[in-house]
Design a protein around this ligand. Structure first.
Ligand code: ATP
Length: 460
């Protein structure tokens, strides 16, 4: 891939200064790799969730959205294997104290090795024998590898004893599996059908970073699609295509997207197939946006075993009872949002001027329309005649400060697709000027026709 036109840092600086994201608890010096979404980022996140819900729930006939709790019965995480296995190998440089994931360190210096299938002892031996060096200081003095549990622990109740130990969920998917029977029964759902959710997940990542690409608290949008056992691979291919269609539909450039099929030796033992969709991030290169995994009947079987509840499905056509298989399309909301922001960022040369413009999909941009009274003297009329007319149907921003040119630039820089100017002629001809972000073309439209005109523009 050619190097991206803009540096990752240039884009993230723009996102911070314009109000998409801020360093979390900034007045206290922040907290490492933790970000708050500002007004623009929070709006965009809401829109992205809505567009995702439209694509995967409203436009499908058989997907149910639920909203399970973040703190679950801790037995859930014993059943899934997270308590025993959800950990990363951690290693520290004894000289400069930089901390690494041992598997990442080895992969970078020995890409030919199959690190995913190495034991801790094998990795320790390799670090020592090959004299791996610290990328920060160059020394080869590492601590032994320790397994580091990625789930955040907390406790419920008034005492902090072991009985009340609980975890913050490291993925949203398990809230779906434990509700499989509830949803199937109450919604009279027949296979194949899906259950999905959107919500926060928490992982005590060893190496968070690259802005919101990897954080300890993030949002996921996950679907578990339950099928007859012999139909799982057919639906795996269906969801692979659906997910790529979705990321293209929301505007990511096709040539910056690719599938990465997992090799057989990378697959979890219960998975028949897994594919990631990757995006080519500026400065960072290819990074996973989301994954699609065939998980057979592993999760439901484990929950059956640990809960002793019957999670089988009685097939009304064949009268057979079986444990459904599942395909899991799992999106990371924050990463997807970051990819969209990187993808849309542009600095355009306009001859005697340059503008920063975010060519965002108009359904995702923080605001749909900006309204400008040409002069402060017109603010009341613009508010009464235009803002009030449109505010129930569109997401608006009302801006009265600076020249119109400056106001256009401000909106371009945050991706607002349309700007409306109410000028002195508007008072007499009852019309306003609509200016489009990408083409910068201007059109005069009667206020009486404005709502229909804009509705059509957003139907595209
Ligand atoms: P990675 O290999 O990047 O750690 P993963 O394979 O562990 O990701 P999954 O468990 O498959 O990730 O989670 C699904 C999606 O959730 C990922 O594709 C990613 O978009 C998002 N995600 C996972 N971990 C994080 C994180 N720490 N910060 C932000 N997003 C994350």
């Amino acid at each position: 891939m050619p190097e991206s036109k803009y540096k990752f840092e240039t884009i993230t600086n723009h996102l911070i200064t314009s109000g998409f994201m801020y360093p979390s608890s900034q007045i206290y010096g922040g907290i490492s790799n933790t970000w708050d979404y500002g007004p623009l980022g929070a709006n965009m996140k809401t829109h992205l969730k809505e567009v995702w819900r439209r694509h995967f729930v409203l436009e499908k006939m058989n997907i149910f959205l639920i909203d399970p709790a973040i703190i679950m019965n801790p037995k859930t995480w014993e059943a899934t294997g997270h308590v025993a296995n959800f950990s990363d190998p951690l290693i520290d440089c004894k000289y400069c104290h930089t901390r690494y994931r041992a598997d990442d360190l080895i992969k970078k210096q020995h890409p030919e090795l199959d690190v995913d299938n190495m034991t801790k002892d094998e990795m320790n031996k390799l670090v020592e024998e090959e004299k791996l060096s610290c990328p920060n200081c160059g020394k080869s003095t590492f601590t032994p590898i320790r397994q580091f549990q990625l789930m955040f622990k907390t406790s419920i109740g008034v005492t902090e004893d072991k009985a009340s130990l609980v975890y913050l969920r490291p993925e949203t998917a398990q809230g779906i599996f434990v509700n499989f029977k509830n949803v199937q029964r109450t919604q009279r759902a027949k296979l194949p059908f899906g259950i999905c959710d959107i919500g926060k997940a928490f992982r005590n990542e060893i190496t968070p970073g690259n802005f919101t690409f990897r954080t300890r608290e993030f949002e996921q949008m996950e679907i578990e699609f339950f099928t007859k056992p012999d139909q799982d691979l057919e639906y795996f291919n269906y969801w692979k295509k659906e997910c790529l269609d979705f990321v293209e539909r929301i505007g990511l450039r096709k040539d910056y997207l690719r599938y990465r099929d997992h090799e057989p030796n990378e697959l979890a033992f219960y998975s028949k197939a897994t594919t990631d969709i990757e995006y080519y991030f500026p400065s960072l290169g290819w990074g996973e946006l989301m994954g699609i995994a065939s998980r057979t009947n592993y999760d439901l079987s484990r929950h059956m075993e640990y809960s002793k509840e019957d999670l089988t499905y009685l097939d009304p056509e064949t009268n057979q009872r079986y444990i459904p298989h599942v395909i899991e399309p799992s999106f990371g909301l924050d990463r997807l949002l970051l990819a969209l922001l990187c993808d849309s960022y542009d600095e355009e040369n306009l001859g005697n001027d340059t503008r920063i413009v975010m060519h965002l999909n108009k359904h995702l941009a923080p605001y749909q329309i900006a309204i400008f009274p040409l002069s402060n003297k017109l603010a009341n009329q613009a508010q009464e005649e235009v803002y009030k007319l449109l505010c129930k149907n569109f997401e608006l921003i009302f801006d009265t400060t600076g020249s119109i040119g400056k106001r256009y630039r401000r909106q371009d820089a945050i991706g607002t697709p349309y700007c409306i100017t109410y000028d002195f002629d508007s008072v007499n001809d009852n019309s306003v000027t609509i200016r489009e972000r990408d083409s910068m073309q201007q059109t005069r439209v009667k206020i009486s026709e404005l709502k229909d005109y804009l509705t059509k523009l957003f139907e595209e």
